[in-house]
Design a protein around this ligand. Structure first.
Ligand code: HT7
Ligand code: ZN
Length: 859
């Protein structure tokens, strides 16, 4: 399998300007007739090579005449001796019912739908399946009227009718030229929610949301979220919607979260359906943010698209940044920021430290599906955020305006985005652009020196990025570093040379020193406020200093982060069997955190969360899994017991009342459930757990009780779980929570539990949501089970992946991720993980998806 390289990009030899498609839907033999207006680009004599995958070719005509001068390979159709401009007609047949990879056109649970990004269109018909070929599409769908009363494609419906044989047809026309990855069709029988939106310039837009029959009420929140997103994009970026109709369809079988097809978004139902009973606050949040994300793609992705797939972050990093800003405006900036930083620390830093390390704009790809990563998406968004920080909101908006002015309707590169931003600022972005090509997580090391005689203090920041699997040599990056400096009484200090401006300085060299004079005591540097750059910080503050940062720092993110560092340090003491170092002053300090901030439910709801095992791994090397996991659990238990009094008092004040989805109520519920977990950990909370489960009028609290019982009260957990299953047996999305809870429970017989879960009547191995809920949850989040010292967890996951790979390689390649991240574990674990990776590598008929990740990991 050959990797494609970014540097090898060549513009297309031909383009296609107009596409007419006629799709006769049939479960096992859908017939696709396509007619293209093809144009040679430039002066050359090459044949026309179209991409195709798993297609049966029935007919080729050029300019209306049958044509035979062509060759077929496994992945292409090469048409020889063609003119400079011609019309090409192709007839192909495909088998949607047996398409379990869920790419291209597939039929699942009685619904036909498509997934064409990144390279799925070539599974529908032969085409120039690359994002820099933009065509106008007109699509006619024919299908059985009774089973598929709804026939949808991109754009506007322009004609419809009935055939004599019980089938009907609809023609859709999309006026906006688009790459094939944005093509979509859907056929099914849905409930429809209808609404409308009038844009700022007065244009009415029909909004349509299609959900499974009987689920109409669960779609209301998504539709409201869509209107909020439309308004926000007008207010924030002056961007209006551009078609007469915007459709969203929710389906149960989907490989990812959602897809931004032009005018016809297709969603995993998990990110559409939500109501008080069945969805947690987090689910509501995710629905709103994914609805917004896909909507925002209409400009950042669809109107301006990517020249090639190496540029994926052009649309994804930018769109994630936009959805993060939207969510922060709709909910709360602090908890949003913390949520995203957790993703960076738990997942992106781990990816950077693994064999899959790549820059936000990758250089080499075997299977594009493997590059929809936390690096491209989330680190990509952090890079856009740094533009925003460096330029400020107004200049950033000017840069965005310029980007659209220059590139609307085009397929462009990350460099084009940087150039648009550069055109509005005097700041030289040349050095900053290194973020696009350099992989790895930079570490900012903070060292201080204080001279009591001269009362001078120097604070030095040095940066380095360790070599990564894909790139040995690293240069210094250009980083905005939010900075504050305090003493133990909470006084703030400014540096002598004024390098820190508006609470920020630029670190663009290997090291930089800030000088402070006339300071009475060693100062405490408070670094990387609001996570102003996607970096790790090594700032060895004492427990006392960390508590001072919590108490006095200006930046709330820094305050939260100080406690995270404090917990990390404490857990390290437990690893060293030096628990005594976590002394009374620390427990008192933590007690004061709770009592002083007891009114601030948002802050406490975040600050009382102990860092996850995955986050802790990022500040350690060659992790002894069992030792770290035990140390973490012991610390959690001591935390719960030592702070039991204040936690209990706090819990009593957290009466949340009847369910409301307001920020105040969300914060209170979150805080209450975090505290409940601690109380359960301290023991003796069975009554509380039962009570909360019993009285809950919403999913957040039901699940809060289950999660708190999970690790701490096995008998309560069992009984609540079986009641939960009985109540929710009919609802696959809720049952996924139940599957996930079982799969993440740390128990010695977990593997037989997992086998039982797979035999559950509601488990379906062809449904990615179910597979992720059981196998994915286990691999990613069941620390003790997955990392069992005898290697049985690794073996279990591998056995499953080898089967899954044959049906859905894309999902298999996602779930293999924790195995490929063996580098950071102690040698015994490494050996066992690599043994399973070898098994995968040697498996006959392995997909390109798994091959790429596993072979890199073993290289
Ligand atoms: N742009 C979408 C990516 C996506 C996708 C990619 C590969 C395979 C399946 C997929 N489903 C969706 C999602 C997004 O970022 O909005
Ligand atoms: Zn996206």
């Amino acid at each position: 399998l050959q990797a494609k390289k970014r540097a090898d990009y060549l513009p297309p030899a031909f383009t296609i300007n107009d596409v007419k498609m006629d799709v006769q839907l049939h479960p096992t033999c859908t017939r696709v007739t396509s007619e293209y207006q093809v144009e040679r680009m430039g002066n050359h004599g090459h044949a026309l090579t179209l991409d195709g995958d798993n297609l049966t070719l029935r007919e080729v005509c050029i300019d209306g005449q049958p044509y035979t001068d062509y060759e077929q390979t496994d992945s292409s159709l090469v048409i020889c001796n063609v003119a400079d401009d011609f019309s090409l007609k192709l007839v192909t047949e495909i088998d949607p019912e047996h398409n379990q990879a869920l790419e291209g056109l597939y039929l699942s649970a009685g619904t036909y739908c498509t997934q064409c990004e990144a390279e799925g269109f070539r599974r529908i018909t032969y085409y120039l399946d690359r994002p820099d070929v933009l065509a106008r599409f007109e699509v006619t769908l024919h299908g059985d009227k009774q089973h598929y009363p709804t026939l949808l494609a991109n754009g506007n419906p322009i004609a419809r009718g009935d055939h004599d044989d019980g089938t009907h047809w609809v023609t859709w026309q999309d006026p906006h030229p688009k790459p094939a990855y944005l093509f979509a069709l859907v056929a099914g029988d849905f409930d429809l929610l209808e609404d409308s939106y009038t844009t700022t310039s007065g244009k009415p837009v029909k909004l349509e949301l299609y959900v499974d029959k009987g689920k109409r009420d669960q779609g209301v929140f998504a539709l409201e979220s869509l209107k909020r997103a439309m308004k926000w994009d007008e207010d924030t970026f002056g961007l209006e919607y551009d078609l007469d109709i915007y459709m969203i369809v929710a389906v149960d079988f989907f490989n990812m979260g959602a897809m931004e097809n032009k005018g016809l978004n297709i969603f995993n139902s998990k990110f559409v359906l939500a109501d008080q009973d069945s969805a947690t606050d987090e689910d509501f949040f995710n629905v709103e943010s994914v609805i917004a994300h896909e909507y925002f793609h209409n400009w950042t992705g669809n109107r301006v698209t990517c020249r090639d797939w190496f540029q994926l972050s052009l649309k994804e990093g930018l769109t994630v940044f936009r959805d993060q800003q939207f969510s922060a405006d709709m909910t709360s900036p602090l908890s949003n920021r913390i949520k995203h930083v957790r993703v960076m620390r738990e997942h992106q830093f781990a990816e950077d430290a693994s064999a899959m390390s790549h820059p936000i704009r990758p250089e080499e790809v075997i299977e594009m599906n493997n590059f929809y990563t936390v690096t491209v998406y989330d680190k990509g968004a952090e890079v856009i955020r740094m533009f925003h920080t460096l330029l400020g909101p107004e200049k950033f908006r000017e840069g965005m305006d310029e980007y659209f002015r220059r590139h609307d309707g085009q397929a462009v590169t990350c460099d084009d985005f940087v150039a648009a931003m550069q055109s509005v600022t005097d700041l030289n972005l040349g050095h900053f652009a290194l973020w696009y090509s350099q992989s790895g997580t930079p570490v900012i090391e903070v060292t201080t020196s204080y001279d009591p005689q001269t009362r001078r203090m120097d604070i030095t920041f040095s940066q380095h990025t360790a070599p990564t699997a894909d790139q040995k040599d690293k240069a210094s990056l250009f980083m905005p570093v939010a900075f504050d400096c305090i003493d133990s009484a909470g006084n703030h200090y400014t540096d002598d040379d004024g390098q820190v401006r508006d609470g920020m300085f630029i670190l663009d060299t290997a090291a930089k020193t800030l000088h402070f004079s006339d300071v009475p005591e060693p100062l405490i540097p408070v670094v990387l406020g609001n996570f102003s750059a996607p970096a790790k910080v090594e700032n060895s503050l004492s427990a006392e200093q960390l508590l001072a940062v919590f108490q006095y720092a200006n930046d709330t993110f820094n305050r939260w982060d100080a406690l995270q560092s404090l917990y990390d340090w404490c857990i390290h003491q437990y690893e060293l069997e030096n628990q005594a170092a976590v002394d009374a002053t620390i427990w008192q300090g933590l007690e004061q955190v709770i009592t002083r901030e007891s009114h601030n439910h948002e802050l406490l709801g975040e600050c009382l969360v102990i860092p996850s095992f995955e986050t802790l791994c990022q500040s350690r090397q060659l992790v002894e899994v069992a030792a770290l996991n035990t140390a973490r659990s012991q610390f959690c238990r001591d935390f719960a017991q030592r702070l039991h009094g204040p936690l209990e008092t706090l819990f009593k004040t957290l009466e949340t009342g009847p369910y409301q989805y307001t920020q105040t109520a969300i914060n209170a519920r979150r805080c209450r459930n975090v505290v409940l977990n601690h109380l359960a950990c301290a023991g003796d909370a069975d009554k509380l757990l039962n009570q909360q489960f019993e009285q809950a009028d919403n999913m957040t609290d039901s699940l809060g009780a289950l999660k708190a019982a999970q690790g701490h009260s096995p008998s309560v957990f069992e009984s609540l779980m079986s009641r939960f299953e009985q109540r929710w047996n009919h609802d696959p999305l809720v049952l996924d929570k139940w599957f996930g809870l079982h799969a993440t429970t740390e128990r010695t017989d977990i593997l037989s539990q997992l086998s039982l879960l797979q035999q559950h009547p509601r488990f379906a191995k062809g449904n990615p949501n179910r597979v992720r809920a059981v196998i994915g949850s286990f691999a990613f989040f069941n620390t003790a089970g997955f990392h069992a010292p005898d290697g049985s967890g690794y073996q279990f996951v591998t056995d499953y992946l080898l089967k899954l790979d044959a049906v859905n390689p894309q999902v298999a390649a996602r779930i293999v991720t924790p195995l490929t991240q063996w580098h950071n574990f102690a040698p015994d674990y490494q050996l066992l993980m690599k043994a399973q990776l070898e098994r995968i590598a040697n498996h006959k008929g392995l997909s390109g998806d798994l091959y790429e990740k596993v072979s890199k990991s073993l290289a």
